[in-house]
Design a protein. Structure first.
Length: 238
């Protein structure tokens, strides 16, 4: 059983409420869920949000799409993941964040496949020097590794960032990474700032009506055809 946990909150410091900002007439998180749902190796998806009143809107939007929701601590995201895992038992957990409406289902599947085939505790697709674009990040771990990391967590960083110990202490865990050639780690497809949102909205407006299942290669082709997208700031090109 492979459980994808999509963490979401309304209280982003740089772009509050971004997960519910509209993308082609739907909340951004709903568009991301559509893409994650196309990952063939994910058995179940649950959205993990906080128990704060401001996140009621996330639960409403997500349940409307038939997606399970778990609510827990705002700051101890690691324990929120453990709560979601307790509610939906699985052998492996895929960690995703709800500011990535250009999530790539093929990369999700490939990272899961790598983790399982190598029998690793942890896998990601962001190795230093060979990372995939920001906004297509995937982390996969065994449920046992997640539980052990949570049980041993002693710092605020570990509790907030969930996999802090898994990628900061490779001596304690077996880890593998899915590389990208050439390195695309500087490419911004995530939504963390107003210019990021403008970029993603432009991509969806152009591609989604013709093909809701547009791929990362479609995004790359679109960006190459639109030099004006550089006006949105950051490095968008691959």
């Amino acid at each position: 059983m492979i459980l994808a946990i999509l963490q979401a909150r309304m209280s982003s410091t740089r772009l509050p409420g971004k997960v519910l900002m509209p993308i082609v007439r739907q909340p951004m998180i709903v568009r991301q869920i559509e893409r994650v749902a196309r990952a063939k190796r994910v058995d179940k998806l649950v959205v993990a949000t906080s128990d704060r009143p401001e996140d009621d809107a996330i639960e409403t939007a997500v349940r409307r799409e038939g997606i399970a929701v778990f609510r827990g601590s705002l700051d101890n995201v690691q324990q929120r993941f453990i709560g979601a895992l307790d509610a939906h038992p699985a052998d492996h957990v895929v960690r995703l964040t709800a500011d990535c409406p250009l999530a790539d289902p093929d990369l999700i599947d490939a990272t899961i496949t790598l983790c399982l085939s190598k029998g690793a505790d942890y896998a990601n697709n962001t190795p230093k020097g060979h990372a995939h674009p920001k906004g297509t990040d995937v982390e996969v771990m065994t449920a046992a590794a997640l539980r052990r990391a949570a049980a041993e967590a002693t710092t605020p960083e570990a509790r907030e960032h969930v996999t802090w110990d898994l990628w900061n202490h490779p001596d304690r865990w077996t880890g593998v990474s899915l590389p990208c050639f050439p390195d695309q780690g500087a490419v911004r497809w995530t939504v963390d700032r107003p210019d990021d949102y403008a970029f993603v909205a432009a991509v969806y407006d152009a591609l989604y009506p013709k093909n809701p299942a547009f791929t990362s290669d479609d995004v790359r082709a679109f960006v190459r055809s639109r030099p004006d997208l550089a006006d949105y700031g950051g490095d968008r090109r691959v």
